[in-house]
Design a protein around this ligand. Structure first.
Ligand code: GLU
Length: 448
């Protein structure tokens, strides 16, 4: 039997080939389950083994990152860049610094990124990178030296037409500045080889806000589909980083009540809705997220639930914006019991397979990150376009483009999804639309 003749065979093959890479297997399985019959029914794609092709990265670069801390002690970390699929455009995706980073996590992120980027409609391929570095408690200079050491190897693999990294967890404007500076010095060129840059050296308006704002714009489309509005909805947000805070800010601006934010150590809950000024103040903050959230709880009279997630709080809408697999089947059931009506992912793969199954069974619309969090990378694509044409576009224009891109992704999901009446399976819609684009590009460029 051929390894892609039926889904079970395919799963067995994939597992044998990627032993122990749980996150990668989860991400591939999620997509393959939805697209398998489309794939096997397309004789051209099937004969060219397009699905099998997409289960292997174009290349994975792994390297040593050696740096010195403020006390002169030397540390050795491991860095990676996964250049997953370049069929649609230059590899594009963020860099994550976190002690849990490993090859499986970066492979899953790069795989997801490939399909997410396809949904934006922009010419960007999929990649991801990172290091098992823990920036917590590190001084500004230590962060700078780490970024420079990371770029000492990475610079030879990237470029505006080759691979364009950006930020992700623990890599924000400051880190992109240090990475870009080192790239510019080593490559002796000023180009848009990274996105998420400061506005003064080639960055774009709206880039920082784009993932969180885009998520809320997508959510607005989901609500409109059901003739509902965001105003007055009770929204539970997890996380306290760039995505979570900008999502919370936009949701509050549009009249929703955001009742939670969280860190890995606990959740802030405020029944009356976290005040907009506090969310905005938090956006300027650089301290660890737990300290930030407990401070916010004190300031608004909210509760700090140590060791909890937001998923036990009553809400209409859940926006998981922290990290992969942060919301499991039990959390999903608790949310459903507490009346959740809609879920949209701000993080990459925050819901486990069990959680997705529970939402689908309860017919709760659930948007996968590859659709609902694509706003960040879409704005990165627009930053690349501005860099390539030596221009800078106005904030208003970029915000409008972001709204349009999110609406278009929503339309693509619906167009693909011919499921049951009254219930849109966004998951399947996004997977089918994204796979169709990537598979066509891979096939058209020949087997090789
Ligand atoms: N890290 C973001 C994501 O997961 C943005 C990537 C980018 O802008 O390249 O989509």
């Amino acid at each position: 039997m051929e390894k892609d003749e039926n889904l079970e065979e395919f799963r067995r093959w994939l597992k044998e080939r990627n032993p122990g890479e749980e996150e990668f297997l989860q991400a591939v399985d999620d997509l393959a389950t939805d697209v398998f019959s489309l794939y096997t029914q397309n004789q051209d794609w099937y004969d060219a083994c397009v699905l099998l092709h997409l289960c292997e990265a174009d290349r994975i670069i792994s390297f040593r990152v050696c740096w010195e801390d403020d006390n002169g002690a030397v540390h050795v970390n491991r860095g990676w860049r996964v250049q997953y699929c370049g069929a649609i455009g230059p590899y594009k995706g963020g860099i994550r610094f976190h002690p849990t980073v490993n090859e499986s996590i970066l492979k899953f992120l790069a795989f997801e990124q490939t399909f997410k980027n396809a949904l934006t409609g922009l010419p960007i391929g999929g990649g991801k990178g990172g290091a098992d570095f823990d920036p917590r408690g590190r001084s500004d200079r230590e962060i700078m030296r780490f970024c420079q050491a990371f770029m000492d190897e990475l610079y030879r693999h990237i470029g505006e037409n080759t691979d364009v990294p950006a930020g992700d967890i623990n890599v924000g404007r400051r880190e992109i500045g240090y990475l870009f500076g080192q790239y510019r010095r080593l490559a002796n060129t000023f180009s848009g080889a990274l996105t998420g840059k400061d506005i003064e050296f080639g960055g774009s308006h709206v880039r920082m806000e784009a993932t969180g704002y885009g998520l809320v714009y997508f959510l607005r489309c989901m609500l409109a589909q059901r003739n509902q509005e965001l105003g007055g909805q009770v929204v539970a947000v997890s996380g306290a980083g760039n995505v979570a805070l900008h999502a919370a800010q936009k949701a509050v601006q549009l009249g929703a009540k955001v009742v939670s934010l969280s860190s890995s150590r606990g959740a802030l809950y405020y029944r009356d809705g976290i005040p907009r000024e506090l969310i905005e103040k938090a956006l300027d903050h650089r301290a660890g997220s737990t300290e930030l959230l407990t401070g916010m709880a004190d300031a608004c009279g909210g509760e700090w639930h140590k060791g909890s997630t937001p998923w036990s709080f009553p809400c209409d809408i859940a926006l998981p914006c922290a990290t992969q697999n942060e919301l499991d089947g039990n959390d999903a059931r608790a949310l459903i019991e507490n009346g959740v009506k809609m879920v949209a992912e701000g993080a990459n793969m925050p819901c486990t397979a069990g959680a997705i199954e529970a939402f689908q069974k309860a017919r709760i619309p659930h948007a996968p990150g590859k659709a609902s969090n694509a706003g960040g990378v879409a704005l990165s694509g627009l930053e690349m376009a501005q860099n390539a044409s030596f221009t800078r576009w106005e904030q208003e224009r970029l915000n409008e483009q972001l709204v349009e891109i999110m609406q278009d992704i929503h339309r693509q999901c619906i167009a693909e999804e011919q499921g049951e009446k009254d219930y849109i399976n966004y998951h399947r819609g996004a997977n089918l639309a994204a796979f169709r684009r990537v598979a066509s590009a891979v096939y058209a460029q020949g087997v090789g």
